[in-house]
Design a protein around this ligand. Sequence first.
Ligand code: LAC
Ligand code: ZN
Length: 298
Amino acid sequence: LPDGRVLDGLKPLRKDNTGYDLRDLFIGAEGTLGIITAAACKLFSRPAVVVTAFVAVADPASAVALLARLRAASGDAVSTFELIPRLALEMVLRHIPQTSDPFDAAHEWYVLMEIGAGRHETGLRDMIEAELGAALEAGQVRDAALAASEAHREMFWRLRETIPEAQRGEGGSVKHDVSVTTSELPRFIVEASAAILDIVPDGRIVAYGHLGDGNLHFNVSQPPNANAAQFEALAPAINRAVHDLIAGYSGSFSAEHGIGRLKREELVRYKSAVAVDLMRSIKRAIDPKGIMNPGKVL
Ligand code: LAC
Ligand code: ZN
């Protein structure tokens, strides 16, 4: 450390025993342990072919099965697998200009997927069409549209990326950023939806996001015509119900967006006391004056 103290048990970066590998400690520390002043990035070659598809699926379990099918068939080249419920698509179509439903019929659930093959891969598109056909026969897929151009691809992405903005157009919302093992996501969605509707029977559940990472934004929009502030006053009760449930799944209440100030209390509630003590000790050792992003995380 700059003041000469030595942290035990860390792997020295250099042969002269200077510089310690704090990388893993810094990941997710949100700047509370120091400032990153340089980074080296490992680059991968850009895939020659990327296939983007908007797919209507029967239910979340079918989406999970489809993900497994496509990972196996593509040699694990699935780079996007975003779950979208009908309600989210409807909100997007209502609030976001230049959007349209890719299908004639309405479907309960959708997936936006992207698969990129290696540099020399050919026949990827045919392979994905064949897999989607098989999934259709198996009852997992209801309909599918493959992007035919870059503009078409951007149109599909717009349907996914504008969900937060569209949800804002629907009034008050209570949000979660949870993760569970991907295979358990379908059961979690059923149970968390029931838990939320117990508290707010007309709440509109907008559970969307990064299914490929086991990470969902399990959000609830206010009932239509309700008072936004009154609805958002239910946030602590709704958060508690969802986060208690996620703890039972050994999942995380903070999958993607960090702890910040908003989830400090949750951290103490759901992490073990040993883990929180250890985090505080590390914080004190590295930042004894508490000057690194004060007030965040711990
Ligand atoms: C998203 C942001 C909320 O996935 O993480 O849309
Ligand atoms: Zn996200």
